[in-house]
Design a protein around this ligand. Structure first.
Ligand SMILES: C[S@@+](CC[C@H](N)C(=O)[O-])C[C@H]1O[C@@H](n2cnc3c(N)ncnc32)[C@H](O)[C@@H]1O
Length: 410
């Protein structure tokens, strides 16, 4: 905070840093805060944006005709500033950033083998993306020498440092309007809507938080207003987005005790085999039905949740149960205007109940596996979070089954 003040930050004394038992390091209300109050203001000089990188000592490296993502540029910049140590303008900020994370992205391959496939697949997707971004960066950096230490960039741009920096940006960057953020020469493949905002990024996430960010026209100061009030000594939160616990676990390294965004995803093939089991025939999807479902994005967002199942699950089950003699236009009419008859709803619910019980059994199996891993590694926080996540999802499936047992129309 002394460093922030020395660089033009004016504290409004509404917040102060504190370690909270449930959410860890965060910001506490030092006085009652009203809905509508501006809680933090960060001068533009203290924001790390693509413009900051462009005008920095490594800005010229990105003027090479290659296209980068905003997150890749900000991560590359953090690695470079970190290697400057005390010589970096951002040293006070960087030295307070977390050095390890509880996301499964940072678990070893040996640990990951014990994780449920639906988590492992997501981790592998993230790793593949990160590998690509890192290799892509090395193409630009490999032959160049850092003016500060005369070492080749590739000597200190390690994969681990890049992963650390990428995750810092992933879990801490705030949204900034691209129109206020275009003062640079770096070619980007995305919207350029990310900024790191020291101090502001100490705020933890809550589903109940509501905030509004705005920039002061005169000097580009980044301001954050809360739309809910807080009592003195309460933790003040922001809202990172309507994320499920799976997403929070993967991308931020924590889970919420209650999360209304939690869903259990389903594959199309799981719907087919549920229909086969319930109605005792070998369910197949003819190509005209498949094309129709795909072209209307009905094969996405297939999930169960605490309220039952998604609209797309309902439609896919209905379409798969329809005899292949039914014409496409009557399928459309049924789905998009007429609605389903009570008998059709009953059949859909029968399949839904079967899916919920199959997924519930599957989740209990995952829970047993992770519980035994946790007992052999009791201090592994990521494993503990995985256990919490699976317990939440198991709870979601129980609620789902209760809703389906008690309803004939969802
Ligand atoms: C923007 S930072 C918030 C400040 C952070 N707690 C710190 O100590 O620097 C985001 C990170 O904070 C943690 N976090 C945020 N909200 C949380 C919550 N509700 N419960 C637990 N951890 C949370 C996660 O580790 C996340 O990656």
């Amino acid at each position: 905070m002394r460093w922030l003040v020395a660089n033009g930050w004016c504290s409004n004394f509404k917040l102060s840093p504190k370690i909270f038992p449930d959410s860890g390091r965060g910001l506490m209300a030092r006085e009652p805060i009203k809905a509508g109050d501006t809680i933090v203001k960060i001068p533009s000089k203290l924001l790390i944006t693509v413009s900051t990188v462009s005008s920095s000592g490594i800005g010229h490296l990105f003027d090479c005709g290659q296209i980068f993502s905003t997150q890749q540029v900000l991560a590359a910049y953090l690695v470079w500033e970190k290697h400057l140590g005390r010589g970096s303008f951002w040293d006070s900020y960087i030295s307070l950033l977390p050095s390890s994370f509880n996301s499964p992205l940072f678990c070893s391959e040996d640990q990951l083998i014990g994780f449920p496939l639906f988590i492992r697949n997501k981790v592998n997707e993230m790793k593949t993306k990160l590998d690509f971004l890192f290799e892509d960066l090395l193409i630009v950096l490999s032959s160049k020498v850092c003016y500060h230490c005369n070492r080749k960039y590739s000597d200190f741009y390690t994969k681990n440092d890049f992963m650390w920096a990428w995750f810092i940006v992933n879990s801490r960057a705030v949204y900034i309007s691209p129109s206020h953020n275009n003062d640079h020469t770096i070619k980007l493949c995305d919207d350029n809507s990310l900024a790191l905002a020291p101090y502001l990024d100490m705020l933890n996430h809550s589903d109940d938080a509501k905030v509004q960010a705005y920039l002061l026209e005169q000097d580009g100061t980044y301001c954050l207003r809360t739309l809910v009030g807080y009592r003195k000594y309460e933790e003040v939160f922001i809202h990172y987005g309507s994320h499920s616990n799976l997403k929070l676990y993967l991308e931020y390294g924590f889970v919420l005790p209650e999360n209304k965004n939690d869903v259990v995803s389903l594959d199309f093939s799981e719907l087919l085999s549920a229909i086969s089991s319930v109605f005792r025939f070998n369910a197949e999807c003819s190509s005209y039905k498949y094309k129709m479902l795909k072209s209307h994005d009905m094969l996405k967002n297939l999930y169960l949740n605490a309220d039952g199942f998604s609209w797309n699950v309902k439609v896919v089950i209905y379409v798969l149960l329809c005899p292949s003699t039914v014409e496409l236009k009557s399928l459309y009419r049924k789905i998009f205007s007429d609605g389903f008859s009570p008998a059709e709803v009953d059949n859909i619910i029968l399949v839904g109940k079967h899916l919920a019980s199959v997924k519930s059994e599957e989740m209990l199996g995952y829970l047993r596996d992770i519980e035994s891993l946790c007992s052999s590694e009791p201090n592994n926080e990521s494993l503990q979070l995985c256990l919490d996540l699976l317990n939440h999802l198991s709870g979601v499936l129980n609620k789902c089954m209760t809703v389906l047992e008690n309803s004939s129309v969802i």
